[in-house]
Design a protein around this ligand. Structure first.
Ligand SMILES: Nc1nc2c(c(=O)[nH]1)N(C=O)[C@@H](CNc1ccc(C(=O)N[C@@H](CCC(=O)O)C(=O)O)cc1)CN2
Ligand SMILES: Nc1ncnc2c1ncn2[C@@H]1O[C@H](COP(=O)(O)OP(=O)(O)OP(=O)(O)O)[C@@H](O)[C@H]1O
Length: 190
């Protein structure tokens, strides 16, 4: 399937989920995530969900990591729509989030963390395939950002749905995930 068709289908599938479906699937995702073990995680890049789009809220996954790594640095993306780039901003006590034009609650100010410092990224997506490639909103923000990260950065996708068989129009910029968590399974790639 082509990315445009996948985007359309999975936006539709998400839109059909009820509030209680979402709560249940989000709980199941945490249970799956807890099966993974991590070592030496200091800094992560999380995201705030676009709730109008029924994006997955990964807050509970972040809290779970914070229990294991009490000193965890949690960053959030700040997008620049003029060049489709983004920066990781460290969340601190005084951090504020403001809805941007795309209904993303974006962190407003804070310390910029170098991509090389990030150990783990929760990657938002619309769909993924059986090899770990993903379809996002089609602007390449995450592919551009991940390119600047360390080779060993853990890229973890989260999806309410099982993978599609194959994304037929993937390109040389597409960086595959290491894991994708769904309410039913953990997919490990490579
Ligand atoms: N929660 C969240 N934060 C994120 C992302 C994301 O996917 N989810 N991003 C991942 O890249 C970056 C922002 N990128 C975006 C890229 C394109 C559109 C966009 O085109 N939105 C459409 C609405 C979706 C639609 O097509 O229906 C639009 O408003 O036209 C939105 C965000 C950084 N922060
Ligand atoms: N590292 C990169 N450098 C330059 N252009 C890039 C890079 N990564 C992606 N792009 C460009 O960004 C556009 C969107 O890419 P793609 O269709 O793979 O997006 P996506 O993975 O669905 O979305 P997103 O990453 O925003 O969630 C494409 O035109 C692609 O060529």
């Amino acid at each position: 399937m082509l990315k445009t068709a996948i985007r359309k289908e999975y936006k539709g599938l998400r839109a059909q989920l009820s509030h209680s479906d979402i709560l249940k699937k989000t709980d199941l995702l945490l249970i799956q995530f807890q099966k993974l073990g991590f070592e030496n995680i200091h800094t992560i890049l999380s995201y705030q969900p676009i709730s109008q789009q029924n994006e997955i809220d990964v807050e509970n996954l972040v809290r779970y990591l914070q229990m294991q790594f009490p000193e965890l640095n949690v960053c959030y993306p700040k997008s620049n729509f003029s060049d489709n780039s983004m920066e990781a901003i460290l969340e601190e006590e005084e951090s504020e989030f403001q809805l941007n034009d795309y209904f993303i609650p974006e962190i407003t100010t804070g310390k910029i963390i170098a991509p090389e410092e990030i150990d783990l990224i929760f990657v938002p997506l619309l769909a993924f395939d059986t090899e770990g490639f993903r379809v996002g909103y089609g602007k390449g923000f995450y592919d551009r950002f991940i390119q600047k990260c360390r080779e060993d950065v853990l890229k973890i996708g989260v999806s309410f749905f099982a993978p599609v068989d194959q994304i037929d129009d993937r390109n040389s910029n597409d960086i595959p995930l290491d894991f994708c968590i769904t309410p039913e399974d953990i997919y490990a790639f490579q």
